[in-house]
Design a protein around this ligand. Structure first.
Ligand code: ARG
Length: 557
């Protein structure tokens, strides 16, 4: 039985009554596990009392769901479904044996491009790129688990006037320097911005655009150095590598032809010397494709890249994981794509909000600048190290550093993913590492405790699952059933907060379970093994869920 219980109930109701029912979780256990108000709808249509419609539907439905649920008709017309204990047991046995539980093949044969991170070269990655990296990496993991062929795409910002400034700065202050670092490039960029006239940078960029060999070589060198730096950051973050590093510069050579074609076909038109794409029909400002000085723009490059993605990868869907601020840009891009009949793929801007400090204001340095990512990572890892030292004083230096890194980075990721991406997220450093709150550290800690109990027991026998009759055991078994649904919904909603919440509730129920039920010293050996089966299965589900979120699990914290 792979479909979720909700889907099965929906299907049965559809074939019994021809109606599309909403299946809802119940507010409390006395009302069963799921309920539906479909009888209200039927009653209205057939001019009956809801309770009568419910009773009639129940007469047909009862035998159809008897293998897993019993139904109660409430006096107000609700149908309440109670999952049967023997069904839960049977499912636990199946789930325990299914190493791939939670994955599916629904995406088989379909390609999804997930574009994320996409930082700008010659400037350090900042916190907005961090959100994109965390969300995008997790969405890519989810699609892989659902059987899609996933292309992880890093659309590097490797073109633009900022390079003019870096080159101008280099020529002034960096000439002959042998081992150039990211920090040098940033320094030249900032200093050039302050001390050199704007024309200097513009001139160098123009030369680069025109193919000047010296500037071209410098550009390539700066790119290479930046990419090396980026890869170190990705490694520290523990994100999966990218399949495609193809940024804005790659499209530069085609832009002239593209804009000229659009102009010739009458799709784009001249306006005050610039080339624009009219989007009035979409109630959007016109898309600017070429400035009056001939320079092409961010939008033009995105259009070329979109065409490349569609033609060469035939994706079913392209997800652009980019900050809220660029919403208009993507609305324009998608509208132009529609006008040009770039069809076949769903285009989605997966937007996300800003990162706020504890004071509720946009996270910034004391001087009001964006906080470099490295600082954020260093801070959370060092805070995590303090906790690890406290919890586990005998962990040696190297091991402690490894655990602290996993806990710190896990905290950072979970704090982001547990919230809906649209919202601005707050960096409350203590809450992020709270071992008893809704944090990555808490989930990792719960996993480690479960793994520990299982390791201590040292047996892999299943035991008699019929002995799992405590309410908390029933609850845990029911929660396990929800995992595939929680994973699938992430792909539908392009958000991970539902899965994060699912994992948190599973962990909370698991903690409750091992705090109230004796496991290792249960004198009934068969029940002990059954409980261990439950523990192992929950632990594995937590581990798999966290892995999808990009969060490492550890055997001890
Ligand atoms: N490099 C851009 C920035 O940092 C983000 C790129 C987003 N992706 C895109 N296809 N435009 O703002």
């Amino acid at each position: 039985m792979n479909a979720s219980i909700k889907e099965i109930l929906k299907d049965e109701i559809r074939s019994a009554s021809g109606h599309e029912a909403d299946i809802l979780p119940t507010p409390d256990a006395t009302l069963g596990d799921y309920s539906t108000n479909i009888a209200f709808l039927i009653a209205k249509e057939q001019k009956k009392k809801p309770v009568d419609a419910a009773t009639e539907l129940n007469a047909v439905l009862e035998s159809r769901v008897a293998s897993f649920a019993s139904i109660q008709v409430a006096p107000n017309g609700f149908l309440n479904f109670f999952l049967k204990p023997e069904f839960l047991r049977q499912r636990l046995g199946e789930i325990a044996a299914d190493e791939k539980y939670g994955t599916s093949t629904q995406g088989a044969g379909k390609t999804v491009i997930v574009e994320y991170s996409s930082p700008n070269i010659a400037k350090p990655m900042h916190i907005g790129h961090l959100r994109s990296t965390i969300i995008g990496d997790a969405l890519a993991n989810i699609h892989e688990a659902l059987g899609y062929h996933v292309i992880r795409w890093n659309y590097i910002g490797d073109w633009g006037t900022q390079f003019g400034k870096v080159i101008a700065g280099y020529k002034k202050w960096g000439k002959g320097k042998s081992d150039i670092a990211m920090s040098d490039m940033l320094e030249w960029y900032v200093r050039a911005g302050k001390e050199l006239p704007d024309e200097e940078g513009q001139k160098e960029f123009k030369k680069l655009e025109d193919g000047d060999p010296e500037n071209r070589e410098l550009w390539e060198k700066f790119n290479r150095i930046s990419l090396e730096g980026l890869k170190e950051t990705y490694q520290l973050l523990g994100t999966t590598g990218f399949d495609v590093y193809k940024g804005e510069a790659a499209y530069e050579p085609q832009l002239k032809t593209i804009t000229e074609e659009l102009e010739k076909e009458g799709k784009a038109k001249e306006s005050e010397g610039a080339l624009i794409f009219d989007l009035e029909k979409y109630h959007l400002p016109p898309g600017l494709l070429r400035k009056s000085d001939g320079a092409t723009l961010y939008l033009t490059r995105d259009l070329a890249s979109l065409r490349d993605r569609l033609q060469n990868y035939a994706p079913a869907e392209i997800l652009y994981v980019v900050a809220n601020q660029q919403a208009l840009h993507f609305e324009q891009l998608f509208a132009i794509a529609r006008e040009l009949h770039f069809t076949g793929a769903g285009l989605v801007h997966v937007k996300f909000g800003m990162v706020l400090g504890e004071d509720g204001k946009k996270l910034a340095t004391r001087e009001g600048k964006v906080v470099p990512l490295q600082e954020v990572m260093d801070k959370i890892i060092s805070l995590a190290e303090t906790i690890v030292k406290e919890k586990n004083p005998d962990l040696s230096g190297e091991d402690r550093a490894r655990v602290a890194r996993a806990v710190g980075i896990g905290a950072l990721k979970y704090n982001d993913l547990k919230q809906h991406p649209y919202s601005d997220i707050v960096f409350d450093w203590d809450a992020m590492l709270d071992l008893s709150g809704n944090s990555g550290a808490y989930l990792q800690y719960t996993y480690a405790r479960l793994a520990n109990i299982s390791a201590k027991a040292g047996t892999m026998e299943t035991g008699d699952l019929a002995l799992l009759s405590e309410p908390i055991e029933q609850k845990l078994m029911k929660q396990l059933l929800g995992f595939p649904d929680a994973v699938g919904r992430c792909a539908q909603t392009h958000a991970l907060n539902g899965l994060a919440l699912y994992l948190y509730e599973l962990a909370a129920a698991a903690s409750n379970f091992y705090e109230t039920v004796r496991v290792l010293d249960d004198e009934n050996g068969s029940r002990k093994n059954a409980r261990l089966t439950l523990i192992r299965t929950v632990a594995r589900t937590l581990q798999m869920g966290l892995k999808l979120l990009g969060i490492e699990t550890l055997d001890r914290i």
